[in-house]
Design a protein around this ligand. Structure first.
Ligand code: SDX
Length: 379
């Protein structure tokens, strides 16, 4: 068997063949099933985009209404999962609470009827419907309150914000939040999606697949960066401090959260769309100095690192939207997970269609035929 050259992080190595999304990192292009992200952000909704990603085509009117109705009808979580969440420490990170709750969902649906389209659709609906309720429920419970039941009259994003804040959101906020979910729903073979596919390839259940992906997304080099971006902007504190902060960070070889990307070597197209959402928000609800700091950061880092292809990624501006909405910083990554469940489920389904368990090889650089040293002779 020919062994390929080892590439750290599997950089540039195709791990799958997929028709779900495509990224052109040199030209800053992202397409979901061939449709440009800019068009979907302007014209679609998150649930319609989720349908497109998972089943491959935009739904017709009847299909979309049926899908929306099914998801709306399954938004309540099992009371046993809610009771389990009451035992979680308030100080625990919401991503850990979400990973535990997503995995627990599998306890109720353990059959793995993976070749049954009805089983697959039921799992898709349950996970898309339950994940937002889990995130909102933990938020209220860690404050010592009972969670709020989903409001059947509200659409997907408005209902999440309702469950989170215990009041109906302004329609502009709900729309902007829904666009954020569209933007973060899918992104080819990122780390958490790769986790999802590896887990899916063992033919385990979809709840374990999503729990595996949630755990992967939480890291600061991946989905956890949006939380770190806000902390960085708050640490900088003013536009005047941006350049000294960047110069000092470069001296210490510190990475800037929300910048850089394995694939994009120009500005992430999602960052550009998020900036327009930020500007809409601030126009209606008042300015936020952190946007000025962020824009100055973008300018200075382009000057210093643009030649290395270091530009803002999706995590740089998403946090500013959520912060303006009053969402706690440590919920930014769980919100990323709410969105990316659509992409993970699309890849779960695609993996099952032509499955082969992931089992890469390695280049062994350890010892051979080494003697066993009895413990009394060890140093
Ligand atoms: C997401 O994969 C996806 O698609 C992910 C995602 C999705 O939708 O799923 O787009 C979401 O995870 C976005 C990324 C969020 N993470 C961050 O913002 C964390 C900060 N960024 C990085 O640490 C970094 O840019 C990565 C992890 C995102 C990508 O790193 P790579 O491809 O492994 O790059 P590298 O480590 O090989 O660095 C190449 C060079 C190095 O300089 P040299 O040693 O060659 O001189 O670029 C430099 C790095 O030091 N560099 C940075 C930098 N990122 C890379 N320098 C300063 N700040 C940064 N953020």
């Amino acid at each position: 068997m020919m062994v390929c050259e080892f590439k750290p992080g599997l950089e540039g190595i195709p791990a799958a063949q997929s028709s779900i999304s495509n990224v052109d990192g040199q030209n800053g292009i992202l397409e979901y099933r061939g449709i440009r992200i800019e068009e979907l952000a302007e014209k679609s909704t998150f649930l319609e985009t989720a349908y497109l990603l998972i089943w491959g085509e935009l739904p017709n009117k009847e299909e979309l209404e049926a899908f929306e109705h099914e998801v709306h009808s399954h938004r309540r979580i099992k009371y046993r999962i809610r009771d389990m969440m009451k035992c979680f420490p308030e100080s625990g990170h919401p991503m850990d609470a979400l990973q535990a709750s997503a995995a627990a969902l599998g306890l109720f649906y353990s059959r793995r009827d993976l070749h049954n389209p009805i089983y697959i659709r039921d799992a898709v609906v349950r996970l898309l419907a339950n994940i937002p309720t889990m995130v909102a429920a933990f938020q209220l419970m860690r404050k010592g309150n009972d969670p709020v039941r989903p409001c059947d009259d509200l659409d997907y994003s408005a209902n999440f914000l309702y469950m989170l804040n215990e009041k109906e959101p302004d329609p502009l906020l709900a729309r902007i939040f829904d666009v954020c979910l569209i933007l973060q729903a899918e992104h080819t073979m990122n780390a958490s999606t790769f986790s999802a596919r590896v887990t899916a390839s063992t033919l385990t259940d979809p709840y374990a697949v999503v729990a595996s992906a949630v755990g992967t997304l939480g890291g600061p080099l991946h989905g956890g960066a949006n939380e770190e971006v806000i902390q960085m902007l708050e640490e900088i504190g003013s536009v005047e401090n941006v350049r000294p902060y960047i110069d000092d960070s470069l001296q210490r070889n510190v990475r800037f959260m929300g910048f850089g990307h394995r694939v994009y070597k120009v500005k992430d197209p999602r960052a550009t769309i998020l900036q327009s959402l930020v500007e809409q928000l601030f126009a209606k609800f008042g300015h936020d100095k952190y946007y000025d700091i962020a824009q100055e950061m973008e300018r200075v880092i382009e000057e210093k690192l643009g030649h290395k292809g270091i530009y803002p990624n999706v995590d740089f501006y998403s946090g500013l939207v959520y912060r303006k909405m009053g969402i706690p910083t440590d919920l930014f990554t769980p919100i990323f997970a709410i969105s990316r469940v659509a992409g993970w489920l699309a890849h779960w389904k695609e993996q099952l269609e032509e499955n082969r368990i992931f089992r890469p090889t390695q280049i062994y650089n350890g010892r051979h035929d080494h003697p066993y040293t009895p413990i009394e002779q060890r140093a």
